[in-house]
Design a binder for this molecule. Structure first.
Ligand SMILES: C[S@@+](CC[C@H](N)C(=O)[O-])C[C@H]1O[C@@H](n2cnc3c(N)ncnc32)[C@H](O)[C@@H]1O
Length: 314
């Protein structure tokens, strides 16, 4: 059963020690908290989380209240509506190319704080899967490595988005054969591990972490995943502007716990898609979200997304 809590900031109560789902809790149980992730992480028990699968606000500015208002009004700010070419209504996308030097500095500071906070709450050998994009990934990866995480690879999600590939703004005709940057056809997910205590086998025995779960005994977990943007029923259930598909998240969440035991955290859960994936897989999880409307969306969406049947997870 889900447990929903209010953030210390919202309730103005003293920050409580965050409690992960307990060993006796049912498989697939989850807790969602309306909170600032950094406040929650500061109060969380050390060495209590076994994996993180998250899609952070990597432009940082795009989820500030003023930018969300501009997105809802359809004018100005970092969100843009991709050009319509087939009569279909398109959802807004954040335009990361407008990040200034100041934005890039605060991006690196944000991920330094996140990596430092995660080092404390993760058990040795815990993996972090973190969504990014080819433009900003260095500002995510470097702070993680500086905070003591090992970079264990990168998951490449093949996905055709509407981002990039455009001709120079206001000079489309003059430079008809020029793209300012490549049209993006892939999404990188950084893969990090908190160093193991001793050998991987020792760490697996003690903490249930240190490796990645195979899809089957005969097949290793692979770093290339084809996963189209969430559409149809998933998007109806969870109309979050950055909704990630269950097809992708269920693979990542499954891989994140090598023995299928432990607690997965998504500190920036949005509509709760990671938590839904964990629930569908019978894995315990905790989701955090600072925005009231997205928290409400997640509360309703998680059970519905978790109930969806995917061909590879019947
Ligand atoms: C990229 S979205 C995640 C969307 C998610 N992958 C999904 O499928 O719905 C990032 C989310 O982090 C939230 N957020 C931003 N800053 C936060 C913070 N400090 N603490 C918790 N949540 C935060 C935003 O409101 C946003 O919903």
């Amino acid at each position: 059963m889900p447990r929903a809590s209010q953030s210390p900031r919202q309730s103005s109560a003293a920050p409580r020690a965050a409690v992960a789902p307990k060993p006796g809790d049912a498989a697939g149980s989850y807790e969602i908290v309306k909170t600032d992730a950094f406040e929650w992480l500061a109060a969380a028990e050390p060495c209590s989380i076994h994996a993180v699968v998250t899609d952070p606000p990597y432009g940082l500015v795009e989820y500030h209240p003023d930018q969300l208002t501009k997105m809802k009004n359809g004018r100005g700010g970092v969100w843009r509506i991709p050009p319509a070419f087939d009569g279909r209504k398109r959802k807004p996308l954040p335009r990361f190319t407008v990040l200034t030097e100041k934005d890039r500095t605060s991006l690196a500071a944000f991920f330094k704080d996140l990596a430092t906070a995660l080092q404390r709450v993760l058990v040795p050998g815990a993996h972090v899967f973190i969504a990014t994009n080819p433009l900003v990934s260095p500002f995510v990866y470097t702070p993680f490595m500086e905070a003591g995480f090992e970079k264990r690879g990168e998951i490449i999600r093949i996905v055709h988005t509407l981002r990039g590939g455009d001709r120079p703004k206001n000079a489309h005709e003059e430079f008809a054969e020029v793209s300012v940057m490549p049209k993006s056809c892939w999404e990188p997910w950084g893969l990090f591990r908190k160093p193991c205590e001793g050998r991987v086998q020792d760490n697996l025995r003690k903490y249930k972490t240190g490796g990645l779960r195979r899809p089957s005994e005969n097949e290793p977990f692979k770093d290339l995943i084809h996963a189209a943007p969430a559409r149809g029923r998933e998007r109806e259930i969870a109309p979050h502007p950055s909704l990630k598909p269950q097809r992708l998240l269920r693979r990542l969440v499954r891989a994140s716990l090598p023995l299928g035991e432990g607690v997965v955290l998504d500190p920036f859960m949005g509509s709760g898609a990671t938590i839904a994936a964990a629930t569908a897989l019978g894995v315990k999880s905790i989701g955090l979200e600072v925005d009231s409307s997205y928290f409400k969306m997640a509360t309703a969406a998680i059970p519905k997304l978790a109930a969806l049947t995917l061909p590879e997870y019947p």
